[in-house]
Design a protein around this ligand. Structure first.
Ligand code: DGY
Length: 346
């Protein structure tokens, strides 16, 4: 009998076919994600779980699956929806899909920068609502990007890709924050790391690329908005929870900053009555950062490879543990030692 896995949504065939060669694959067929009850019941007896960023995968889900669960493959680069410590404690490998969506997500960030800088949202609304009456010499005036300062918060792969596109296309000057020194980035962009406060005060465009965790939750709030320039544009393609949305609304409504572009919100989807929906200087996309045919195909293959390796008790090729904080990393190393001695089971 073949091992069973649960795939929490229909994903591209490239990955599904790989999975079907190895496993008895149960795919959630609905348009909306499985609710809690459905996840808890469908994971029973699986060796692997392919989850999406909208699925909360915690100790309860892992225990509901049972002790044979060996791997969780998140169909995303971010994995804040997974309790990694609980997985590590149970000897369950956790994988993600880094790199293959870097350009797609960076393109989305650049698109939001342009949309925010040039009033695309208000302009499209004007046309659709039949309010386009004339060519306005003083209407819908945005801001040039050429030569302006770009602040990257979290200079990882996606942050660096955004910087490359905006430096190459618009000659922007880069400042950034990062958890670790990045001499190669300093060299590439002829810059150095700055403090968060300096970045906020200097930047014309601020693009967020940090993980969501206890340290970064609401890292952009009233105090941070007060430090930004009046012409500042804030773009978020990371996770909605990084911004305090009440503070964002106040900053946009009072025009203490110029505009925002969000591919992510908290929660998702944004509630129908969220006042952010009403603001002309806030462009909101429904979390489409990685939504290209090519990126999603590659993500599906990586997630499949993660589950195939995990179920065989082998180290998974795209493990989240390489980016964990030092304490979790120590636990991860013990977990890795367990795998490298061939056990792989909890
Ligand atoms: C991810 O993969 O974490 C991104 O949010 C996709 O846009």
């Amino acid at each position: 009998m073949r091992n069973k896995i649960f795939v929490a949504r229909i994903i591209p065939d490239a990955g599904l076919q790989l999975l079907r060669q190895q496993f008895d694959v149960d795919v959630w067929q609905e348009f909306l994600p499985p609710n809690r009850e459905a996840i808890l019941s469908r994971v029973k007896g699986v060796v692997g779980l392919l989850s999406l960023l909208s699925d909360r995968i915690d100790a309860e889900v892992m225990d509901a699956a049972g002790p044979q669960l060996r791997g969780i493959a998140n169909f995303a680069v971010g994995y804040n929806n997974i309790d990694v410590a609980a997985a590590v404690e149970r000897g369950i490998a956790v994988g993600n899909t880094p790199d293959v969506l870097t350009d797609a997500t960076a393109d989305t960030a650049v698109g939001l920068v342009l949309a925010a800088a040039r009033h695309f949202q208000a302009s499209i609304l004007q046309v659709r609502s039949l309010q386009w009456k004339t060519w306005e010499p003083m209407g819908l005036l945005g801001h040039d990007l050429n030569g302006k300062t770009l602040g990257i918060v979290g200079m990882g792969r996606i942050g660096a890709a955004v910087a490359r596109k905006l430096v190459g296309g618009w000659g922007m000057r880069v400042v950034y924050t990062s958890r670790s020194p990045k001499p190669e980035i300093d060299h590439e962009f002829n810059t150095t790391q700055v403090s968060m406060d300096d970045l906020l005060a200097q930047s014309d465009v601020i693009s967020l690329h940090t993980d969501l965790n206890e340290q970064t939750k609401h890292m952009i709030g009233d105090r941070e908005f007060a430090l930004m320039k009046p012409n500042a544009i804030l773009v978020n393609t990371a996770r909605g929870g990084v911004i305090d949305q009440v503070a964002l609304y106040k900053a946009l409504k009072s025009k203490s900053i110029f505009a925002a572009g969000l591919d992510v919100t908290d929660p998702e989807p944004l509630p129908n009555d969220s006042p952010l929906r009403e603001l002309e200087n806030c462009t909101i996309l429904p979390h489409i950062g990685s939504a290209t045919v090519e990126a999603r195909d590659r993500m599906s293959v990586m997630a499949a490879q993660n589950l195939i390796a995990a179920s065989a008790g082998q180290p998974i090729p795209f493990s989240v543990r390489r980016v964990l904080d030092p304490i979790a990393n120590q636990i991860g190393q013990r977990f890795n030692a367990k795998f490298s001695h061939g056990s792989g089971s909890p």
